[in-house]
Design a protein around this ligand. Structure first.
Ligand code: AMP
Ligand code: GLY
Length: 420
């Protein structure tokens, strides 16, 4: 079959890598792709947030299956357009993607589903929001309702920080996203992510992972999109995960179906875990980046069969072949990230690295200039490895990094520390 993957990050490179290994894949196109994906697939220029353009492209290239990587095309209804045109697609409708696009929507779904999450208030007026903060006291969490590129959440350890966040949000600091806020109880505990495939009715977990959001070793410095991840996350034990399926995930999927907006795609649940129980922090309507890289490393070719089963409503017949393995990915970023950084530096040494089922360099922001791999973004490479233990996987990943010659880039040296 002919497959189209939308996106250009490390997440999409990992998806492409897994899909390519499946004999069902005859032709793979990625749009727009990057220099890493260009080694295994055709790259196409396409406005991936324009549903009509994606449908036309899919028809012209006789695409049988589209996999949508990032959230922007989902919230813009690209999956809806493909669905209407009769093209099989992995990824939720715009209505269902509101689980990521609106914090208030997710809170309402949790209320209806009885899913454990933080207590909250929802406000469209700054004075009422401030009164609620004064009444509840700190610590407290202030969230802009809509998508804010990961910057719309303020975890306020004191009341003044929370009140200032309200002024910022209603003052337009987050554009339209701040015209509505959700104010939440601060939850204590350890965070972990759970990835669940859904076909609208059936929910099938495919793995746990833990991200490293801060830029510096020891979880210090500014927040980023994620500096590394590993799977599985030992804090999300089988018992806690099974209980979360019963209390959070299955009721959410049932509630979405009941509303006539069934959820199809991957549900990425962020949990706060304490005292043997998970509470929901947030949902995302897509794979995490870089969490997808470790999940794909562990799933390999079966990822395509599972995503197809989602799109075709056959997830009840599907099965995940678990391996007792571990995977890790270490992000290499351009110096300065997440602040201002230079683009265009050349990365050397990649050709000598092994690329197989145990070791992979996924590209997140690269292009080829005069035959050389060149950085084009903040998070640039994801050095990914698998092993029988997390330690073994980690040693492999860091051994690969040693061989990469890129003075203009950096990485955290402690990915996996929590689990080790
Ligand atoms: P979100 O975008 O909702 O995932 O929030 C970003 C981050 O803020 C999360 O990964 C948590 O680290 C933190 N956070 C969000 N909500 C809460 C909460 N209610 N209590 C504690 N931390 C939170
Ligand atoms: N790594 C966090 C995310 O993808 O949202």
């Amino acid at each position: 079959m002919n497959i189209l993957i939308l996106g250009s990050g490390g997440r999409e490179h990992a998806l492409a890598w897994a899909v390519m290994q499946n004999p069902k894949c005859d032709r793979l196109i990625v749009a727009p792709g990057n220099a890493g994906m260009a080694q295994i697939a055709e790259c196409a220029t396409l406005d991936i947030e324009n549903g009509d353009a994606v449908v036309t492209f899919a028809q012209q290239n006789t695409i049988d299956f589209v996999i949508i990587g990032p959230e922007a095309p989902l919230t813009k209804g690209v999956a809806d357009r493909l669905h209407e045109a009769g093209v099989n697609v992995f990824g939720p409708s715009a209505e269902a993607a509101k689980l990521e696009a609106s914090k208030f929507f997710t809170k309402e779904i949790c209320d209806a589903a009885g899913a454990p999450t933080a207590a909250y208030g929802h406000f469209t007026d700054a004075d009422a929001a401030k009164a609620y903060i004064r009444e509840q006291g700190a610590p407290i969490v202030v969230k802009a309702d809509g998508l804010a590129a990961g910057k719309g959440v303020i975890v306020a350890m004191d009341e003044q920080t929370a009140l200032d966040a309200i002024d910022d949000m209603f003052g337009g600091a987050f554009g339209g996203a701040g015209a509505e806020v959700v104010i939440e109880e601060f939850m204590d505990g350890e965070e972990a992510s759970y990835f669940i495939l859904c076909d609208g009715t059936t929910a099938l977990p495919i793995g746990t992972a833990q991200d490293h959001k801060r830029v510096g070793d020891g979880d210090t410095g500014l927040n980023t999109g994620g500096m590394g991840a590993y799977s599985p996350a030992p804090v999300l034990t089988d018992d806690i995960a099974a209980r979360a399926m019963r209390e959070i995930i299955e009721p959410t999927v049932a509630e979405m179906a009941k509303r006539g907006t069934p959820y199809q795609g991957v549900l990425y649940a962020g949990f706060m875990i304490k005292d043997g129980q998970a509470r929901l922090v947030e949902y995302n309507a897509r794979f995490g980046d870089p969490e997808c890289q470790v999940l794909m490393m562990r799933l390999g070719a079966q990822a395509l069969d599972l995503m197809l089963a989602c799109a075709e409503g056959r997830l009840d017949e599907a099965q995940v072949n678990w391996a007792n393995d571990h995977a890790i990915t270490v992000v290499m970023a351009a110096n300065g990230y997440p602040g201002p950084y230079q683009k265009g530096s050349v990365i050397k040494g990649l050709d000598d690295l092994p690329e197989d089922s145990m070791n992979m360099v996924f590209h997140a922001a690269t292009t080829k200039v005069d035959g050389e791999i060149t950085a084009t973004g903040g998070r640039v490479l994801n050095i990914t490895a698998r092993g029988d233990s997390l330690q073994e996987a980690r040693d492999r990943a860091y051994a690969m990094i040693e061989k990469i010659d890129w003075a203009e880039g950096f990485n955290r040296s402690d990915i996996g520390w929590r689990a080790l």
